[in-house]
Design a protein around this ligand. Structure first.
Ligand SMILES: C[S@@+](CC[C@H](N)C(=O)[O-])C[C@H]1O[C@@H](n2cnc3c(N)ncnc32)[C@H](O)[C@@H]1O
Length: 291
């Protein structure tokens, strides 16, 4: 199969495709540099795939996320994509043929939530739900049960075979970790850059979107992350961090300005689209902070 450029294989709230251009401009290394890239909150990995495609001499790449199901999916695509593809194809065929899709979707969701299947099946379920659910959301409750309803797609692309093979190849040089972001510190070498994309601080109580995993990311965690950035800075690592711009909705909210006063804070515009109502998808500014 001809080698295609690998791109994100999931829809993920907070996907960085919109901000990619600003992140590229801030990126502290050039195309031919040798570097180590670490992404402790990888999600769907839009910046990861840009890095993998853009830096042919990259030495070490490390990704991490606290979400076990997500990380298992990366590991299976890296190590066993051959087993994954036939299963996804079979389910795609079955799904496209159904007029009434509800029963099929909810049966897959229930099976996913038992978490008793083998790793390949569990990964196929994860991808299937991501491609067929409402808005490509990943949201779990406190029991880690995925609870997103069915989406209205008639013939969604569930098995993007070409891209899955490209991702399989691209991940060959990637170390894949599952845990808290702080553990990634062990992988620092010379010329290391971190891109940090934590769950955003909510702009208001009602906009709070705690969907990625059963673990909360509260203000205490935001402060712990800033201390982590201080440690990286002391170790001469470069880092770029994105977050919400709380000041844009409340001019008196100096949370990030105070926390990151030692560093460079840029406000960049980005269209957020995790809102269920398309008319409410507004242009907002976000913070892009770097050392
Ligand atoms: C904003 S998303 C990342 C979006 C991603 N960069 C993209 O382009 O799609 C934040 C990620 O952080 C993960 N996360 C939450 N708490 C974490 C923690 N303490 N350590 C590591 N990852 C965490 C979530 O599971 C989620 O995937």
């Amino acid at each position: 199969m001809s080698q295609k450029i690998a791109k994100p294989f999931l829809k993920w709230a907070g996907g960085k495709t919109q901000l990619l251009h600003d992140i590229e401009n801030k990126f502290p290394y050039q195309k031919d540099d040798t570097l180590t890239y670490i992404e402790p909150f990888v999600g769907a990995g839009s910046v990861l795939f840009w890095v993998l495609n853009h830096f042919p001499n990259i030495k070490t790449v490390v990704i991490n996320d606290i979400n076990e199901d997500l990380i298992q999916t990366y590991q299976i695509i890296k190590n066993n994509v051959q087993a994954l593809i036939p299963l996804l194809k079979e389910w795609e065929n079955e799904y496209h043929q159904l007029v009434q899709k509800k029963e099929y979707y909810y049966a897959k969701r229930t099976l996913f939530n038992t978490r008793h299947s083998d790793a390949v099946t569990q990964t196929a379920l994860f991808i299937f739900l991501n491609k067929t659910c409402f808005n490509g959301l990943y949201r779990v409750n406190k029991k880690n049960h995925y609870n997103v309803p069915i989406g209205s797609y008639k013939t969604p692309l569930i098995c993007d075979e070409e891209n899955l093979y490209a991702v399989n190849q691209a991940l060959k040089k990637v170390e894949i970790l599952n845990g808290d972001f702080e553990h990634t510190i062990d992988f620092i070498t010379k010329n290391t850059v971190f891109y940090l994309d934590p769950p955003y601080k909510p702009l208001s109580q009602s906009s709070s979107f705690k969907a990625y995993s059963q673990y909360d990311f509260n203000d205490q965690a935001q402060i712990r992350l800033k201390e982590f950035c201080d440690t990286l800075d002391a170790k001469n690592c470069k880092w770029i961090l994105s977050n919400s711009d709380v000041k844009s909705v409340n001019p008196n909210n100096h949370f990030f300005d105070d926390l990151y006063e030692k560093y460079h804070i840029n406000r960049v515009s980005a269209k957020r689209n995790i809102n269920a109502n398309p008319t409410k998808r507004v242009k907002l500014t976000e913070s892009l902070i770097a050392n």
